[in-house]
Design a binder for this molecule. Structure first.
Ligand code: PLP
Length: 395
């Protein structure tokens, strides 16, 4: 019997309802679609999270709250179930006793993009999509290429020519059709849009299909279980397209409806690079959406997203949570990569390391209390960024 409690899709802006049994991109109003579930039934079947205790460790342990109807549709490689590591040496130096790193670099393909693309490819498989396409700043392309290979679907990937080299190499290794553009992910996105319209490919761009966010939301469920039924006080999240922010925020609402948590939420902190900080700027200016960031440049490739389609959802989550948004320099990010690596043995992606810089700033400003339970998201592996990070080693 199918365990998924998925019922339908709902537009995040106009609340129109759509049938999840067919392929969908954006709502006709231009906004992202979100998956909805039978939460009344959910309260009966998984209202007590203890029922999950003996299940598999990967993200499929939350199968009721995922849209995939049957295991045969799954594109699975062991995604999710990543460790939440107490950063004790770093914490001690900063006078913090509950500093934790959620280490997403242990996902297949070395980044948390695996969670989202596993779900997107599974659902494409379920609804009968034949070919997939994606624009990418780096890691999303690698993840799509891997999961498409896993289920035998062709993948078309468009990326800026200057993405980290590992990202290009892995996509080609997985047998994807890879194209390079001069410019940024937004330029790649435009080309994917044109090619998809021409060839009938299904575009799995961030939030242009409804299910990547469903994979990413499992990070929120995992935090709750790993903290023995509590959520942290503050979450630092390096934000590009924002699926992780929006996904976890959605997970918290679902968890409240299931009866797992009350209405308290972690304060959500968006972290970006000073070389591309559209969400930080919009947060500071108090606007509902973010305008395009010109001449975006940063070594944190996943943050080089000058315009996010889900900007209003990211900003809503930051504000409703009582969170904030911080931009940090590439120079400070490089240092933080080395600090985290040398003090905790975690070789973080620049995106993840940016969270440490932002956290130190908020500590200094008194925004953050040293006694709070704080989670930094290391969203990927530093091994993919060796060109940008090998500063002192032999050339
Ligand atoms: C894509 C990416 C990000 C940004 O994630 P979003 O959920 O799109 O905001 C952060 N870090 C890494 C390593 C990434 O690959």
């Amino acid at each position: 019997m199918p365990k998924s409690l998925f019922t339908h899709l709902e537009c995040a802006r106009c609340y129109r309802e759509l049938d999840g049994g067919k392929p969908h991109q954006l709502c006709s109003c231009g906004s992202p679609l979100l998956a909805r579930y039978d939460l009344d039934q959910g309260r009966k079947t998984i209202g007590d999270p203890a029922v999950l205790r003996d299940r598999r460790r990967d993200l499929w342990r939350y199968e009721e709250m995922l849209p995939v109807r049957e295991p045969r549709f799954r594109a699975a490689l062991g995604e999710g179930g990543t460790p939440l590591i107490l950063a004790s040496r770093l914490g001690e130096r900063l006078g913090m006793s509950r500093l934790l790193i959620k280490d997403e670099s242990l996902n297949p393909t070395g980044s948390f993009k695996a969670r989202g693309l596993s779900l997107a490819v599974s659902m494409a498989n379920q609804v009968g999509v034949k070919e997939l396409a994606i624009p990418t700043a780096g890691n999303a392309g690698g993840a799509l290429a891997a999961y498409a290979a896993r289920v035998g679907l062709p993948a078309h990937i468009v990326m800026p020519r200057d993405v980290p080299r590992a990202n290009a190499v892995e996509c080609e290794a997985y047998g994807a059709d890879v194209r390079y553009v001069e410019g940024l992910i937004t330029d790649a996105g435009r080309l994917v849009g044109e090619l998809s319209a021409e060839h009938g490919w299904f575009d799995v761009s961030t939030l242009k299909e409804p299910y990547r966010i469903e994979g990413k939301k499992t990070m929120g469920y995992e935090l709750f279980e790993q903290l023995q039924g509590r959520l942290p006080d503050v979450i630092f999240y390096p934000t590009g397209g924002g699926t992780g922010m929006v996904g976890m925020w959605k997970a918290f609402d679902e968890m409240q409806s299931l009866g797992w948590i009350d209405d308290r939420r972690p304060r959500m902190v968006t972290v970006q690079s000073t070389g591309c900080a559209p969400i930080v700027r919009a947060f500071e200016e108090g606007t509902e959406t973010a305008s395009m960031w010109e001449n975006a440049q940063t070594i944190a490739a996943g943050l080089r997203v000058p315009k996010a389609i889900g900007d209003f959802l990211i900003l809503r989550a930051i504000r409703e949570s009582g969170g904030t948004a911080v931009a940090v320099t590439d120079e400070s990010i490089r240092e933080a990569v080395l600090t985290i690596a040398a003090s905790e043995g975690i070789f973080a992606a620049p995106e993840g390391a940016a969270c440490l810089v932002a956290m130190e700033r908020l500590l200094e400003q008194g925004w953050l209390d040293r006694g709070e339970t704080v989670v930094l998201f290391n969203t990927g592996s530093g091994l993919k960024y060796t060109e940008a990070l090998s500063i002192n080693s032999a050339a």
